[in-house]
Write a protein that binds this ligand. Sequence first.
Ligand SMILES: NC(=O)C1=CN([C@@H]2O[C@H](COP(=O)(O)OP(=O)(O)OC[C@H]3O[C@@H](n4cnc5c(N)ncnc54)[C@H](OP(=O)(O)O)[C@@H]3O)[C@@H](O)[C@H]2O)[C@H](O)CC1
Ligand SMILES: [K+]
Length: 544
Amino acid sequence: MSAEANEKQSFSSLDVPNRLLFYPKTVPNPKNTKENEVLFVMKILTSTQFKELDKYTIEHEPVSSTDLMERAAKAIASELKSRWTTATRFIVFAGPGNNGGDALAVSRLLCNAGYTVQTYLFNITGRLSDDCLNNKKRLENLAGLLFTEVSSQFSFPEADEKDVIVDGLFGTGLNKPLDGGYAGLVKRINASPAKVVSIDIPSGLMSEDNTYNNPSAIVRADLTLTIQLPKLAFFFGENQKYLGEVKPMDIGLSAEGLAAIDCSITVIEPGEVKKILKPRNPFAHKGSMGHALLVSGQYGMGGATILAAKACLRSGVGKLTVHTPDMNNNILQCSVPEAILSHDLSDIRVSKAISTYDYNALAMGPGLGTHEETAEALRTFIRNHPGEMVLDADALNILGNHPEWIPEIPQDTILTPHPKELENLVGTCTDSYDRMAKARELSIKMQLYVIVKGHNSMICTPTGRVIINPTGNAGMATAGSGDVLTGILTALLARGYTANEACQLGTYLHGLAGDIARERLGEESMIASDIIDALPEAFKKLKE
Ligand SMILES: NC(=O)C1=CN([C@@H]2O[C@H](COP(=O)(O)OP(=O)(O)OC[C@H]3O[C@@H](n4cnc5c(N)ncnc54)[C@H](OP(=O)(O)O)[C@@H]3O)[C@@H](O)[C@H]2O)[C@H](O)CC1
Ligand SMILES: [K+]
């Protein structure tokens, strides 16, 4: 094999981008306008919604379901051909449904293109979907194809690292964890030295909820060629090991049909978030750009206050007052001279609430501590401030200790828990899906915004929507990163953005600044202050 071919083959984990590729770049659909493309990257569909969109496309384009499958197969085969030369042997495993139908059509296209293809169709129950059956028929008499239909006995083919396994066993139609022979087959696939490419979704992985799945019965792909849009499960950290590189295949599902689907889960799209950012009025003065109040810091935690305060000021707030224990005076005056200080009566902790009447937004939590005196002060603040509010870190831990106070939180308040803080509020969570479900329930019940922080932070809104943030990176998993987000959100609320706008814009900017910091310094060395330093560029980038 030529050196070039070898290069095509080696997409080690190092080549795997740690962000999902949302834009179907290599297989452009001529029908897609720019506008459609924006729509295509925003919505996360459930399996049922995929079926609806499939049906809508078939009826309205119109196109036969076999031709739609052919379109999917062509996109997949062309991606495979671009990565591997005809010297490669493909071993294709096809299941009984349409995922299997895709795999059989891919087998045919690869075989016609001169590849060596060895295909196994698993027809254990004797029932194949119509399009799977159609494609099985189209394989008959195909010269050069090694085809086996498995009904009971099967021996796993010899495979080496030069071979490519195409996993078309199950896609979005999987309705329970794989077991028996299928679980055994998955184990063999995962133990094989061959590269593994999954069609649509690694077989065994549910599109959404994998809480009760069996990890050993899920294919671990090197590359997932997903039909049209990434599935919800792709956004969860614990599923990354199954996915490998993810590349969406544009098969031209109806943009109109997609627009009509009411989708409760979406991904923030740069073009959309840009629209939220309001131009600064040329006649603005500090009094018109909002006055924020940050209640923060106990003895030994002044740094959190500094980070939140700086991020708030770097996010365009007119004025910022920091209510903090007296002992924070010198350090804050020196490190954030732009902030006005309000001294608590206590030297070491926030002990009493002050009037919040003059402030457009209130933030509480960073470095606050959970002392009972502070907890009582927090409760008074919450009761007396009916308006815009951000609760983070220890404010959330206090609420976890006093769940009976949660109903007193004003509607539309933004809570920004990391997974542990969320668990203090909603109980133990088994995985990301469970976290999302429980945070969503809390948002609806208490009419709050809950931002579950992490890789792909999730914004849960009072109406039950979940908005996934695509920016950010593992370098942001560092102390103080959350304090920065609190500062950004508080500034945006004080400036007059709604809680919904602030959540989307703030989370996106926070991640974008993190991505800029990573570019400058690398994931390992970047710290929270670097995210603040990158905020001006993040704002500029968003305005471009
Ligand atoms: N999205 C689109 O518009 C397109 C998608 N395509 C491809 O189609 C699949 C989805 O196809 P579907 O037929 O709905 O489902 P699957 O192929 O994933 O699987 C259905 C069969 O699997 C059986 N099943 C389900 N779970 C199990 C299990 N745990 N063990 C064994 N068998 C299981 C199921 O049998 P039931 O009797 O339980 O119903 C079905 O036989 C999508 O992923 C894409 O790849 C189109 O090709 C293009 C358009
Ligand atoms: K699959």
